[in-house]
Design a protein around this ligand. Sequence first.
Ligand SMILES: [Zn+2]
Length: 96
Amino acid sequence: MSFESEVISIIEDLIKEIALHHAFKANVADRIRQLRDLIDAVTGYAIDCPKCNTVHLSKEEYFRQVSQPDDRWECPKCGAISDFNDEIYESKFGGL
Ligand SMILES: [Zn+2]
């Protein structure tokens, strides 16, 4: 699913939940968390996993991994050793 369609589907779910007024507070908190993760996903941090392909890292996850003593990158989904995606990073930060 593309980033845009994922955001749209979360917003649609949110609207439906507001309309239904079903377990309102808990669901809204979940959606806000999901949206925050997605927003983090456009920070420009991503890895290329051999299994999951390109996976965006949240800002939190990026800084967690970058502060590890090893210089490996791990897939946040499956834990496989991955390569950092320089292309996405440079498109976001202009390749410092
Ligand atoms: Zn993976």
